[in-house]
Design a protein around this ligand. Structure first.
Ligand code: NAP
Length: 302
């Protein structure tokens, strides 16, 4: 039975980290797009906070997203939970080394204009890199020094499974949507059972329903093809509501990170999450369609 607005909790613990997050987070990638004005970035972040969305996911590879997020939060920094990532991108330092983690955290703190990063994730490296002791040691040191509150991994498939099994991390971030359930029941269930926080990225599957013909971007195209194969009729809820409710209430998920540059899209997602989990019959239909379309063979999209 679907929960109603009054009984749906809007905040959840992020695993055993001691951090509480809003069930809906803002994927702050679009803030880094130079086509978005500074005023619009400020307004989007301000609207999110005003509506109880306190979780923000960014990365150094998202253009100027970290800098803009830090500026937009300003004095409201203490109301927000910031997730950023690293493992690369420090000039003169080799990627995926202990040094790049240490210096990358310092650089991210400066870009964000803060003295602590709530969650720092290794940004989609391979399973072998996850096992490097120099990287793990720098994450532990940063935590002990109070520069990060929790560490984790963002990625998919074998590497995600290795991150969960390693017991080295507090949080994982992975794709969870109607067309991408590779980790549900596996890594996501394992992570949640082990007390890790789980952040669902790409909850809208990058909104493939917007495209009449196959889009150019490889990740969106993959979802577009899967959407065609599954041929789901999203009515009467509509795609945004169906997708957000699926991801935000998937078993084991702590929060879903919707990426948007538009306030009206953020508001649609907030309204969806307030409606609680999907009806059981809808969940069952989505799983059956996914299975019948060969979904069990579809890898997670990084
Ligand atoms: N490897 C990684 O670590 C990794 C990879 C992917 C994503 N992420 C994180 O997860 C976040 C979310 O993933 P994502 O942004 O790739 O995918 P997503 O949230 O599934 O989809 C975002 C796309 O959907 C559009 N959209 C949003 N709401 C919509 C609505 N109501 N109707 C129609 N279109 C809508 C957005 O465009 P508009 O701007 O027009 O709303 C944007 O193009 C990212 O922002 C990032 O923080 C991490």
């Amino acid at each position: 039975m679907a929960l109603n607005v009054a009984t749906t909790p809007m905040r959840r613990p992020l695993g055993a980290t001691g951090i509480e997050v809003s069930v809906l987070g803002l994927g702050a990638g679009p803030l880094g797009d130079a086509r978005m004005s500074e005023a619009d970035a400020d307004a989007l972040v301000g609207a999110a906070l005003d509506e109880g969305v306190t979780l923000f996911d960014t990365a150094p590879s998202y253009g100027s997203s970290e800098e803009r997020l830090g500026r937009a939060l300003g004095a409201r920094r203490r109301d927000a939970i910031i997730v950023t990532k690293g493992g690369y991108g420090v000039p003169g330092v080799a990627d995926w080394t202990g040094d790049v983690i240490r210096l990358g955290i310092e650089a991210a703190l400066r870009r964000l204009g803060t003295d602590v990063i709530d969650v720092f994730l290794l940004h989609s490296c391979d399973a072998w890199t996850l096992g490097r002791d120099d990287i793990a040691a720098e994450l532990d040191r940063a935590k002990a020094a109070g520069k990060i509150r929790a560490s984790g991994y963002s990625g998919e498939n074998e590497a995600l499974a290795a991150a969960v099994a390693s017991r080295r991390f507090d949080v994982v971030e992975c794709s969870v949507n109607v067309f991408d359930r590779a980790s549900l029941g596996g890594a996501v269930a394992g992570a949640a059972a082990a007390g890790l926080g789980v952040l669902a990225k790409r909850p809208l599957a990058n909104a493939p329903w917007r495209f009449e013909s196959p889009p150019d971007a490889g990740d969106v195209r993959t979802y577009w093809e899967r959407a065609r194969a599954m041929s789901v009729d999203a009515s009467p809820l509509g795609w945004t509501e169906l997708s957000v409710r699926f991801a935000a209430f998937a078993p084991g998920v702590s929060a879903a990170l919707v990426g948007t540059s538009r306030r009206e899209h953020l508001e649609e997602a907030i309204a969806a999450v307030k409606r609680g989990p999907l009806e059981e019959g809808v969940e069952r239909m989505l799983e059956e369609r996914w299975r019948a379309s060969g979904g069990e063979g579809w890898p997670g999209v990084i």
